[in-house]
Design a protein around this ligand. Structure first.
Ligand code: NAD
Length: 501
């Protein structure tokens, strides 16, 4: 296991600001939040702890700028977005380095995430000529009905720490192309990647006030953004718990919502699957981003006839993963994002011990001098009712269950409050069709893994969310429908109004 190098540890701490009305500003309060490198436990930066006042100023700025932004033709709006994408690509290495430093994922994953951020701006810029409404015949002569798609207004974009770059791009891009202005509020664990993207947006020459950024906690700055009447849409990615609070808060102004929340993806491997491929996919789907991904495989359902063989190899492959400095080439698994997150995963391991399940791999913190690392952990003999199967485990911990029929696997997969991603490995066409129609999850990956693609609708059933992101379906949620009834008769008048004239 390779430890972070001393150069990495010595990285100097910097002080960042918030971006409001085209200026980089301090918070109205005194307090700041430390950003800590999870591999070294060193403070690498600080950001203002934004107050309600700061959030209100950012919303005011966004509301002012939005009116003119909406008047700019989408093709011109797209040109700013293309420029942001280009700047992201030009600064790929630096952005990936910031991302890994604040979040802990290996550099190869950070590079892929940064590429994804650029791709979001490019993809949504392509919609410039396709923000479409409808033209419909009227029930009456000489009249036309038109349904327009207008901007909503001000969008509050609230993002989590696990994809601190891509989640910002995923919300900014559809909001901007549809003529909205934005206030971004990143997670306090990982605000730096968001700040870097906003700096590039500023460099693109986008009009001031169209993009704003407030740092700070969900309970204050975030709460104000969600419940303020200036906010037209709250788009938040994060935990189900926070999503529920945001729903309540946004009811203040009957705000529109897109919520991408927690997951508990089932990963079903059937007896006829390509085993080597399914194994590789199972390893990736669980350990990617150290298990801290909303579409992570969180419970393995193995056909009883192949379970022993599959599990033996899965454990072997898990054991061989290289844990260490996320900036070193060759590292498979970095640290978890914070001590608190590691403790939550450790709590599940303790629970498994208490329930009498068998920890067949890992279960401890590795012998690193610093950094919030956790060993890949495989737990066999887990029951469907256990919190290990029912609650989200955001770490490299895999509960394993055995199933006797494919129908039963679907039944157990669906037995969850969550409904985001799911995985099925089988070559049987009937099983594939059953999975497509009967697994009640927003995404089913069949004989493959993610991440999700831009043209797919990323969406959740049940407590995994509201609305969708990506695809034209996601884009449309950033627009407000408006219907216009137009009478173009030479002598206007509706026949049924005559009795009153
Ligand atoms: P979190 O819910 O703690 O925080 C997410 C964001 O919401 C942060 O910016 C936080 O400050 C803000 N927030 C929290 N409470 C708030 C409130 N009351 N009002 C306003 N804002 C508030 O989530 P996290 O720990 O940063 O991220 C991990 C979670 O995100 C996991 O549950 C994961 O499954 C989920 N996630 C979901 C998706 C998806 O697409 N469905 C993608 C990534 C992560």
């Amino acid at each position: 296991m390779e430890e972070p190098s001393s150069v990495f540890i010595m990285a100097s701490s910097r002080s960042e600001k918030m971006f409001i009305d085209g200026d980089w500003v301090d918070g109205s309060g005194e307090e700041t939040i430390d950003v800590v490198n999870p591999a070294t436990e060193e403070v690498m930066a600080s950001v203002p702890k934004g107050t309600r006042e700061d959030a209100k100023r950012a919303l005011d700025s966004a509301a002012r700028a939005q009116k003119e932004w909406a008047e700019i033709p989408p093709l011109k709006r797209a040109s700013f977005m293309q420029r942001i994408a280009q700047l992201i690509r030009e600064n790929r290495e630096e952005l990936a380095s910031v991302l890994t430093s604040e979040q802990g994922k290996p550099l190869f994953e950070s590079r892929a995430e940064v590429d994804g951020s650029a791709a979001h701006f490019e993809y949504f810029a392509e919609f410039a000529r396709r923000i479409e409404g409808d033209v419909l015949p009227s029930d009456n002569p000489g009249q036309t009905i038109m349904i327009l798609r207008l901007p909503i207004g001000v969008v509050a974009a609230i993002t989590p720490w696990n994809f601190p770059s891509a989640m910002v791009a995923r919300k900014l891009a559809p909001a901007l192309i549809t003529g909205n202005s934005v206030v971004v509020k990143p997670s306090s664990n990982t605000p730096l990647s968001a700040i870097e993207i906003v700096k590039l947006a500023e460099r693109s020459g986008i009009p001031k006030g169209v993009v704003n950024l407030v740092t700070g906690d969900g309970s204050e700055a975030g709460d104000e953004l969600c419940g303020n009447k200036k906010t037209g849409l709250v788009t938040m990615t994060g935990s189900t718990e926070a999503g529920r609070k945001i729903m309540q808060r946004a009811s203040n102004q009957v705000g529109k919502l897109i919520l991408e929340l927690g997951g508990k993806a089932p990963f079903i491997v059937w007896r006829d699957a390509d085993m080597d491929w399914a194994l590789k996919c199972a390893v990736w789907a669980r350990y990617w981003n150290c298990g801290q991904t909303c579409i992570s495989s969180e419970r393995l359902y193995l056909d009883e006839s192949i379970k022993a063989k599959f599990l033996g190899k899965f454990v072997e492959m898990s054991k061989n993963l290289r844990l260490g400095d996320p900036k070193a080439e060759g590292t498979d698994l970095g640290p978890m994002v914070s001590k608190k997150e590691r403790e939550t995963s450790e709590g599940f391991i303790e629970l498994a011990r208490g329930e009498g399940s068998k920890i067949i791999l890992g279960g401890s913190t590795p012998p690193m001098r610093r950094g919030w690392y956790l060993e890949p952990t495989v737990i066999d003999g887990v029951h469907q009712e256990s919190p290990l199967v029912q609650k989200e485990i955001f770490g490299p911990v895999v509960p394993v269950l055995e199933v006797e029929s494919f129908d039963r696997a679907i039944e157990l997969a669906n037995d969850s409050d969550y409904g985001l991603a799911s995985y099925v490995f089988t070559k049987d066409n009937n099983n594939v069709m059953k999975a497509m129609h009967r697994i009640r999850f927003g995404e089913t990956y069949i004989n493959q893994v993610g991440p999700e693609q831009l043209q797919g609708a990323h969406t959740g059933f049940r407590m995994s969310g509201v609305g969708a992101e990506g695809s034209r379906h996601g884009l449309e949620l950033y627009t407000q429908l408006k219907t216009c009834y137009i009478d173009w008769n030479d002598r206007p008048g509706l026949p049924y109004l005559f009795p009153y004239s």
